[in-house]
Design a protein around this ligand. Structure first.
Ligand code: HEC
Length: 403
């Protein structure tokens, strides 16, 4: 019952998290779009201090949007802030991290072959990385490095790859990936909470007092702009990392951390194309390069084809594996979870809907098993049963022989 209710809890939080995330990223995409499509306003608007305007039609009505150079003469009665989108995304993401990874199945987070951790120590390490990186980022953005956008971006990328590498060598692949995502998401929400909001509050105060912005307000605004640029480049990678959690071919790969770094680079670079395009610079070569890098990556991490695997098996003089041996192997290493009625208390139903109640069921999932338990060591989850490389090979050649 506990496992069943915790599934519901994680489902409901995930649902909320996705909606909040759509609202956050959606609003931020919308405002970037607005900024990039502002036109030179008519004279009478300019006199009011409006620096750009645009017209749009949506949902059956016309919208007139105007952006002020500084602020309106009089503060409007109602001013919309757009901050809870970011905060609620982060809060629900944190709740999800706790329910799925810290209170859920420890196999997502702990891989005994990498580090023998208790759930508590794993959670503390994970939270330590998240808090630590937020601190480092906040120190960096207050340092002289913030004056050089390119250098800052490069340092940030190297730091994130280092975190990625470290986490991948401590946690199970899936747990490592989600923590890299959580580190990035936390930096992003920190940018809103610790930089962009204070800068907007200072601006609102200035307008309220009818003053021109002083040096402090201008400095805050410049930093807020930098933070918002970082968030902009981080959106595509962070969303990719969130969904990559459902693809063991990525995080279950022995070199998963390099894959994640490569994807982070490619997705941020793709964002660069859109940023340039918004500024009127059209450089399709960037998207082409991203496409080539993606195809190269897909090729580089592809599992061996049937024939290659067969050749390798023959070369190794692999003996024919008997059905009975596979039945026993699956019972030992898989069936506690992958059964109609799992004996592992963490599962109420067979995970991923896959139950190995008969050898036919094993055959039916042959391609997925190849990927999850032979080509990568993602299964058995956390390898708590201590499945050996020899057993993986046996399983692989048996699956091959079934074709
Ligand atoms: C401790 C529980 C546990 C054990 C033991 C276990 N699995 Fe899994 N398995 C899971 C969970 C949980 C998922 C869903 C993972 C996800 O969504 O990332 C899963 C998913 C899978 C998938 C689907 C992966 C995909 O493509 O999405 C396959 C295939 C699989 N397991 C095979 C195996 C095999 C083969 C074994 C035994 C060698 C095994 N599992 C042992 C818990 C377990």
């Amino acid at each position: 019952m506990a496992a069943y209710l915790s599934e519901w809890l994680s489902l409901l939080i995930r649902w909320f998290h996705v909606i909040a995330g759509i609202a956050w990223i959606g609003a931020s995409f919308y405002f970037i779009w607005l900024d990039n499509h502002l036109e030179d306003p008519p004279e009478w608007k300019k006199k009011k201090g409006i620096k750009g305007d645009l017209w749009a039609i949506h949902g059956g009505g016309f919208y007139e949007v105007a952006k002020y150079k500084l602020g309106p003469e009089k503060m409007p009665g109602i001013l919309h802030w757009f901050k809870w989108e970011a905060y609620s995304t982060w809060l629900s993401g944190t709740a999800l991290l706790f329910t799925v990874y810290y209170f859920g199945s420890s196999g997502y987070l702990i891989d005994n072959a990498k580090a023998e951790l208790t759930t508590l120590s794993a959670a503390l390490i994970g939270l330590g990385f998240i808090g630590g990186m937020l601190l480092i980022y906040e120190l960096l953005i207050r340092s002289p490095l913030a004056k050089n956008g390119m250098a800052f971006g490069a340092v940030l990328f190297v730091l994130l790859v280092a975190v990625d590498w470290a986490l991948f060598h401590i946690f199970a692949g899936r747990g490592a990936f989600i923590h890299v995502g959580a580190v990035i998401g936390t930096i992003m929400v920190g940018n809103v909470f610790l930089g962009i909001m204070p800068s907007q509050r200072a601006l609102v105060e200035t307008v309220e007092q009818g003053r021109e912005p002083d040096a402090r307000v201008e400095r805050l605004a410049a930093l807020a702009k930098l933070r918002s640029t970082h968030n902009n480049y981080l959106t595509l990678p962070v969303i990719f990392i969130m969904i990559s959690n459902h693809y063991p071919m990525l995080y279950g790969h022995p070199q998963g951390w390099i894959i994640l770094a490569a994807i982070g680079f490619i997705t941020a670079f793709a964002r660069h194309f859109f940023n340039l395009k918004h500024r009127g610079i059209y450089r399709p070569s960037i998207l082409l390069a991203c496409g080539i890098m993606t195809v190269t990556l897909i090729g580089a991490i592809a599992p061996p084809t049937g024939r290659q695997a067969e050749a390798a098996a023959t070369a190794a003089g692999a003996p024919k594996v008997a059905d009975a041996d596979i039945r026993q192997l699956v019972d030992t290493h898989c069936s506690a979870c992958h059964a109609k009625d799992p004996s592992n208390p963490a599962f109420q139903a067979p995970p991923a809907g896959i139950a190995f109640d008969s050898l036919k069921a094993v055959k039916d999932h042959s391609a997925q098993i190849m990927q999850a338990a032979v080509n990568s060591q993602y299964m058995p989850l956390g390898n708590t049963t201590g499945m050996t490389d020899k057993e993986r090979k046996e399983l692989g050649s048996w699956l091959q022989a079934q074709k």
